[in-house]
Design a protein. Sequence first.
Length: 255
Amino acid sequence: MTTAVHPAWELTTPDLQGKTVVVVGGSGGVGEGVVRTLLDDGATVIATGRDRARLDELRANVVDAETDQRLHTEFLDASAPDLDAQIEALATTYGTFDGVVVAVASWGNQGRRPALSLNDDEWQHLLDANLTTVFRLFRGFLPHTAHTGMILQLNGMSADIPFPGAAGVALSAAASKSLTRTIAAELDGRGPRFYQVILGVVRTRARQRAGVDDPTWLEGEEVGAHVAALVVGTSPLSDTTVHYLTDKRVGPETH
């Protein structure tokens, strides 16, 4: 287990004691860093995933004697027909959520290919895995999130720029950004805050195992620091829906 290192741009360390935060995709590379920071800041964290072995590995990597009782790992399949029932079961067990972090993505099985070489099934799979799942998670968690809480998607730069060879991923990123802005405008302060945090390249355990690493890239814990500040509303960007965290020296920005 390693302790989260808070970034220099963080104004204050948020106090998340008494807060309950769900991290959908918590066993993923970025999700692990977010979970670690939320635990370090005092939150109770429900990390969800579709692979029990990876959830067990997450626990081994992030908890210590103090945080062990505050991390709960749960199976959740965002593509399952009974997703709403799965979410309701989580809420029955853990109560109303103060924050929900959506960190899910799929590259599909078709490899990097030009957009118009994809067949209908490949295209639909990419949209289902990267866009429809986000929509279903937003819809499912909304009734179980505190009005003073927040729901957030971690997204990539393909939300704004071309991504040759990964058109389905890029289109889904851009569309989920638009979806988040639309939901925020529709709620207009009458429910939890909705955020879209667009990330630069993040250092992950999987990339490091493959020998791909750069110390100038973001740390997952730095992403977690911004998420934590949004949970409690202490971030200077708390009133803005779309954030960019691409430069670890600068921190979160609105453009």
